[in-house]
Design a binder for this molecule. Sequence first.
Ligand code: DAH
Length: 348
Amino acid sequence: MSDQAFGLAKEMLAEIEAYPIETREQLEQFRIAFLGSKNRIKPLFAQIKEVEPTRKKEFGQTINAVKQAAQAKFDASKDQLSGGEFTGGGAQGSYESPDLTRPIPANSLGSIHPVSIVMNQIIDIFKRIGFVISEGPQIEDDWHNFTALNFPPDHPARDMQDTFFITEDISLRTHTSSVQVRVMENSKPPIRTISPGRVFRNETISARAHCQFHQVEGLYVDTDVSFADLKQTLYYFAQEMFGQDTKIRFRPSYFPFTEISAEMDISCFICKQEGCNVCKKTGWVEILGCGMVDPNVLENCKIDSEKYTGFAFGMGVERIAMLKYRINDIRLIFENDIRFLRQFTSSL
Ligand code: DAH
């Protein structure tokens, strides 16, 4: 009786070895037949009761060998088929490989963030008239963020900007005006530079305010720089940025680092001064702060204020992006919600 059981195991092994596996379908059939939950090796175990006691152990080992042979053949065939190798099998054989002629799935294109779009436009415009880019650190010392810019210690103007302090002397920069100090300290006039970058204010986040945003600072220092130069430069900028029919106007203002200081409005490019809710029916929208560099600031940066004068300006990038794209909540800009960002794909 034992011989019959051993014979069945031997036949099964021979069948496994001879089983043709040249395609994925055959591989799957093989798997079902010899490794699946109702595989054909299982019934062999029932034969054990037919085997004489002295050979039972040997019989167990034989069936295990059959099982292992099936698994090994399956693994090897699977590797071969997924590797796209020629799997042999007579004159015809078969070649299972990825179909290289299939079209690739369309890549979903990213989009440029609205802040980057606007920032790049601003940079491009000023580059055309000879401004170079300069950058500075986001973590800044008191000197560069405040003192050199004519905010003496305890000066009430420091309260104009809510500051994130790291130590008494170190804070996150509240504006990119800090970069103009670094540039003036490290180079000699003529200086014509713009400084784009991220700034931080300790503000409660709302639809209109955020604790981080971007600014572009501008600085021009040379002999005989006048307010007329400032006006002409910013007029050029406004027309390039918002359209050739854009008008500008200046309102007196105050900044510690400029004297005289002004805020610049542009004619509302949305309603063309007909009156809309963006310009609050005034026909004008505020776009930046500017002024003639205070002689104290030049002196703080070791530039002779008798010989040189300069103008500076600073604008918020989010504000311009929000106006241009009619974004009514600044938080959208920082949330990275893909439904928001996708809307800028066409602006690539
Ligand atoms: N630093 C100012 C701010 O953050 C913006 C600014 C205003 C920059 C006037 C200037 C300037 O250079 O002249 O609010």
